[in-house]
Design a protein around this ligand. Structure first.
Ligand code: SF4
Length: 207
């Protein structure tokens, strides 16, 4: 898949932007402006954002207009997500957001090298396209989606690559939650370095 790199990241394919509450991981419960970029070639079968995959259907938007909208909200927290946002150079977007005094959180599978500067990096590695070399060391938070029992092994493989300061989360894949959440609970009780993450926005019926 080709990802359009336009004006070195001054234009980005925007799927949607919205002001909501972060539902997952360490920043759960915080008000934040979400920037969802189009394009992902990881192809998770359970992906709940499949509409993002093809970047060509999401028109490139000047980052200045995205930042202008972000600055209009009360909260100064930004979540950059996708799709896979690291398919694009994010340095220019991060610079503009920082000029507005924003805290920037990244949600990534780590399948492409890091660009941009972030206050928080949530690395959610996927077996179909594993993280690139070295990116684990930059993660603030490791969030592994648990769909099957084998994903606990995948979680531990990734845990070995992050720093000792990185926070560890296991999150049930939404459609498999009734089966996997009890297993996650028992796993976290036995391995308390890990924490449970839930997609609380889905319980709150918010984006
Ligand atoms: S990496 Fe994220 S956006 Fe891409 S297919 Fe997987 S869940 Fe969907």
């Amino acid at each position: 898949m080709k990802f359009p790199i336009l004006e070195d990241g001054a234009l980005l394919p925007l799927v949607e932007s919205f002001y909501t509450i972060q539902g997952e991981g360490f920043n759960t419960g915080k008000a934040a402006f979400f920037i969802r970029l189009g394009g992902c070639d990881v192809g998770c079968s359970w992906c709940d954002a499949k509409e993002t995959w093809n970047p060509s259907v999401h028109p490139p938007v000047p980052i200045a207009s995205i930042v202008q909208e972000a600055a209009s909200y009360s909260a100064k927290s930004i979540v950059i997500t996708g799709g896979e946002p690291l398919n694009y150079p994010l340095d220019k977007l991060c610079s503009l957001l920082k000029m507005e005094g924003m805290e920037i959180y990244l949600e990534t599978s780590g399948s492409s090298p890091l660009s941009g500067v972030f206050d928080w990096i949530c690395l959610s590695p996927k077996k179909r396209k594993p993280p690139v070399e070295g990116i684990h060391m930059l993660a603030s938070e490791l969030k592994v989606i648990i769909e099957t029992d084998e994903d606990f092994v995948w979680a531990e493989e990734n845990r070995k690559k992050v720093t000792s300061n990185c926070l560890l989360y296991l999150q049930p894949e939404w459609s498999r939650s009734s089966e996997m959440l009890p297993k996650i609970i028992e796993y976290v009780k036995a391995n308390p370095n890990w924490n449970v993450s839930l997609q609380t926005h889905k319980y709150m019926n918010i984006p």
